[in-house]
Write a protein that binds this ligand. Structure first.
Ligand SMILES: Cc1cc2nc3c(=O)[nH]c(=O)nc-3n(C[C@H](O)[C@H](O)[C@H](O)COP(=O)(O)OP(=O)(O)OC[C@H]3O[C@@H](n4cnc5c(N)ncnc54)[C@H](O)[C@@H]3O)c2cc1C
Length: 247
């Protein structure tokens, strides 16, 4: 993954304070929905690169990443200061196995994300595979504040395209409101609210769950899922959930 190609920023969007998407034009190799590339900048004579999931579907260009500025982080502050036309380094080859290729057959695909973990699912949802392989897809996006609910227009388009087969649920943990599901994803899993709203249950006979985001959510969700009989999916032993931990 250290085969760098030069790219250029061709689009930038700020969704909320410290929350951005950047679009790049760069000659990277073909990739699968769910994979990541490394994005790097040369800072004080050193190339600083970090992995970011691709948000665009494999057949779409420009390339796109969705990220938040991390306090004291080495790359995200300079990354969020980039503007259209600025140069950037990307790895030519994408990597990672958080793809539908590694997901066992199921009726319902649950996609659980915290924060920028949403991005990886936007690539998957814009590819044909989930709609060929699953009867229903339920996306749950956990954020702290309503302002962090990015990509609402795109999600509305996906909803319109797939009707009842797609359900989008936003869970907001630090603001309350009449039309919001309030709380952390893991608490809403424990108290059953998430499944009530989704009109579906998470069980090993019918479900595969993908988890993407921060380590606390993934650690707690694994405990909850395993208590219900779901086991981690492994290449040699098909299971019911897969994870991608960002930090
Ligand atoms: C496979 C993979 C895919 C990833 N994809 C994405 C993505 O699509 N979008 C995205 O925003 N991030 C993603 N990340 C995280 C990303 O690679 C960086 O770690 C993050 O952007 C911080 O980089 P930095 O150089 O600014 O901070 P660093 O200097 O590397 O880290 C500073 C500290 O902040 C912590 N940290 C890292 N990320 C966060 C965060 N989001 N919130 C709070 N603390 C954090 C680190 O653990 C570290 O302790 C991914 C990570 C992995 C492993």
């Amino acid at each position: 993954m250290s085969d760098w190609v030069k790219g250029q920023v061709v689009g930038k969007q700020q969704w909320a304070e410290g929350l951005y998407s950047l679009q790049f034009d760069a000659p990277i190799h073909a990739f699968k929905a769910g994979q990541y590339i490394k994005v790097a900048l040369d800072i004080a004579g050193e190339r600083i690169g970090r992995p970011y999931s691709l948000v665009n579907a494999p057949q779409e260009r420009p390339l796109e990443i969705f990220f938040n500025e991390v306090n004291g982080g080495s790359l995200t502050a300079p990354l969020s200061a980039l503007n259209i036309g600025d140069p950037v380094w990307l790895t030519a080859a994408a990597g990672g196995i958080f793809t539908l290729e590694t997901v066992a057959p199921a009726e319902t695909l649950w996609l659980l994300a915290t924060g920028t973990g949403l991005g990886v699912y936007l690539s998957i949802l814009r590819s044909a595979e989930p709609w060929e392989r699953f009867q229903r897809v339920i996306l749950v996006h956990g954020v702290r504040q309503v302002a962090d609910l990015a990509y609402q227009d795109l999600l509305a388009e996906i909803s319109e395209r797939h009707g009842e087969r797609f359900r989008m649920i936003a869970a907001v943990s630090r603001e309350t409101g009449a039309h919001l599901l309030n709380g952390r994803i893991t608490d809403l899993l424990t108290n059953g609210e998430l499944e009530t709203i989704a009109g579906a249950t998470i069980d090993p006979a019918t479900s595969h769950v993908m988890l993407c985001g921060n380590s606390a959510m993934i650690k707690d969700a694994k405990i909850i899922l395993e208590a219900r009989g779901l086991v981690r999916h492994r290449r040699q032993a098909p299971g019911h959930y897969t994870t991608e931990q960002y930090h």
